[in-house]
Design a protein around this ligand. Structure first.
Ligand SMILES: [Zn+2]
Length: 298
């Protein structure tokens, strides 16, 4: 499942091709992929056709492309892309063959790169595209985000992420640490893979109550979250160019450097004891029972 690094790879890959491009034609092959769009497919097609796209933005796992020049009497809008479990955004030459899992196609015309095609491909259809209003973000009225993203916290790679506020909120929460890391209203962009990797790196047990996690360990954990995300981003960032954008989810580019996620039965790279997998929120938590123990108090 795509997490922050995979979505950022898509955003950065799309940027040179879509910023300044005009949408010349929209084709909806599967209306289920528009279920987060308020209104029928015709509305999506009509409003988007002729629009000029600007620089793609991202918060957590959400990606959106603001539209230039809002229509008269309407506020600013953006095309929001949610990749869900298996969504991909593929940038193609106009005449290139299509995947049979293509759900939405945007034909675009870029002043420099000419005619291109943006294909939204989604096997399991948990992802979506939508046109959405841009609204003020919670902590800065001048910064706009789609209304679907307004409840999402800043992600830890956002220069304006507030470390002190996050650590305070974490200590005040009645929950366990991995649930908190996956809570997109507290910190966004982290899913199962990078949660397990960061917890392993910081030697924190996934079920450690946040109220008993020491400030020092929470600070270390936040630093490890950033390191893990930045490393994954650096590795993913080398596998695409402006003509081809791809997201591969869990089995993607980062898989060869995983220390805990999916490594059950393998030796812990730190202590050599086997990594264990336990059921967690319908998925799994992967950790080293020796390096990552629940600690009694702060
Ligand atoms: Zn270990």
């Amino acid at each position: 499942m795509p997490e922050l690094p995979e979505v950022e790879v898509v955003r950065a890959g799309l940027e040179p091709a879509v910023a300044g491009a005009t949408v010349t034609r929209v084709e909806v092959l599967d209306e289920r992929s528009l279920r987060r769009h308020l209104g029928p497919a015709e509305d999506f097609i009509e409003r988007l056709t002729g629009s000029v796209l600007t620089t793609p933005e991202r918060r957590g796992k959400f990606l959106w492309i603001p539209l230039a020049h809002p229509m008269a009497g309407e506020g600013p809008k953006a095309v929001v892309v949610h990749l869900g479990m298996s969504g991909q955004v593929l940038l193609r030459e106009r005449a290139a063959p299509r995947s049979r899992l293509t759900r939405v196609v945007l034909e675009i015309e870029h002043p420099e790169h000419g005619p291109l095609r943006v294909d939204f491909v989604d096997q399991r259809i948990f992802g979506s595209m939508a046109l959405d209003q841009l609204v003020a973000t919670r902590d800065d009225p001048a910064q706009l985000v789609p209304s679907q993203v307004a409840h999402i916290a800043r992600d830890p790679l956002d220069p304006r992420f507030d470390d002190r506020a996050f650590l305070r909120a974490l200590a005040a929460k009645q929950t366990t640490i991995k649930r908190a890391l996956l809570d997109q209203t507290l910190i966004s962009g982290i899913g199962n893979i990078y949660a397990d990797e960061s917890l392993w790196a910081a030697r924190v047990h996934y079920d450690q109550p946040t109220a008993t996690l020491s400030r020092a360990r929470a600070t270390t954990l936040l630093a490890e979250v950033r390191l893990v995300l930045a490393r994954a981003l650096a590795e993913g960032g080398t596998s695409f160019d402006a003509q081809y954008v791809n997201v591969n989810g869990a089995s993607g580019y980062f898989s060869h450097s995983l220390n805990a996620y999916g490594q059950q039965g393998e030796p812990c790279p730190r202590c050599g004891r086997p990594i264990v997998r336990e059921s967690f929120m319908n998925r799994g938590s992967h950790f080293c029972p020796y390096c990552q123990r629940i600690r009694a108090s702060r």
